[in-house]
Design a protein around this ligand. Structure first.
Ligand SMILES: [Zn+2]
Length: 237
């Protein structure tokens, strides 16, 4: 393996290379990563700084973001409400049962407020909303899920398909959620081993130099297109 950091495309040099998992560790639930029937993609070298900078927190929160994306595809899981007098106050309420495994720190990360012991009167009072920051949950979870899945798909291209980490490419990601967890594209895109139960990336070349992939993580799908043909400058050493 070359000593080029696949995140910035520059030589790692004399410093100790950090190792970034091609498929985020959070996606793999089994204890033993190398197991029959599953694809183990290993690690790629990176600068330690690049590895830390490139969304270590996002990777940690990707599974939770996918869980939220799933919950948002189920109208039974949430409501959107607007304050009847102060129209600028809009809230989104989630049924905690739809978000199993969410810890207090996860809720804090997404700026959720636990209102399980708050009365309707308290929620009606505009004082309740003073000092609370507005969020854009859709944007936050999509940014996290798309960036983590696109990065992982790019890492697979570098690791498995002889793509130089020193080339430029453009990535187009289109999210789709609410599919059946058993949906499978083997028939369309060829037999592919999963990384984990319900986690799979089908990736195929098209138009000579470009790549098309479908990354599935339980009920969420992301279509990824890698455009290599655009004329972009090569990275300087
Ligand atoms: Zn780097």
């Amino acid at each position: 393996m070359s000593s080029i950091c696949y995140l910035c495309g520059k030589e790692i040099g004399k410093g100790v290379a950090s190792k970034d998992h091609v498929v985020p560790r959070q996606f793999i639930r089994r204890k033993q990563p190398k197991m029959r029937g599953f694809d183990y993609t290993g690690v790629l070298p990176t600068h330690e700084e690049c590895n830390n900078k490139f969304g270590a927190e996002s990777e940690r929160m990707c599974q939770k973001s996918l869980q939220l994306i799933d919950a948002l595809s189920n109208p039974e899981c949430y409501v959107r409400l607007q304050h009847r007098d102060k129209r600028e106050i809009e809230i989104m309420g989630f049924d905690a049962d739809c978000l199993p495994g969410f810890t207090e720190s996860d809720r804090e990360f997404f700026r959720f407020i636990d209102v399980r012991s708050t009365s309707i009167e308290e929620l009606r009072d505009t004082e309740f909303y003073k000092g609370k920051r507005k969020t854009n949950l859709h944007k936050q979870i999509l940014n996290i899920a798309l960036s983590v899945l696109a990065k992982s798909a790019a890492a697979v291209l570098v690791k498995r398909f002889d793509t130089s980490p020193r080339t430029w490419w453009r990535i187009l990601c289109i999210p789709y959620h609410g599919v059946s967890p058993t949906v499978d594209f083997d028939g369309l895109l060829g037999k592919t081993k999963p990384f984990e139960v319900g986690v799979k990336l089908w990736i195929r070349p098209y138009n000579n130099k470009d790549w098309f992939g479908i990354y599935k993580n339980q009920g969420a799908l992301v279509y990824v297109f890698f455009g290599f043909r655009a004329k972009l400058p090569l990275l300087k050493k």
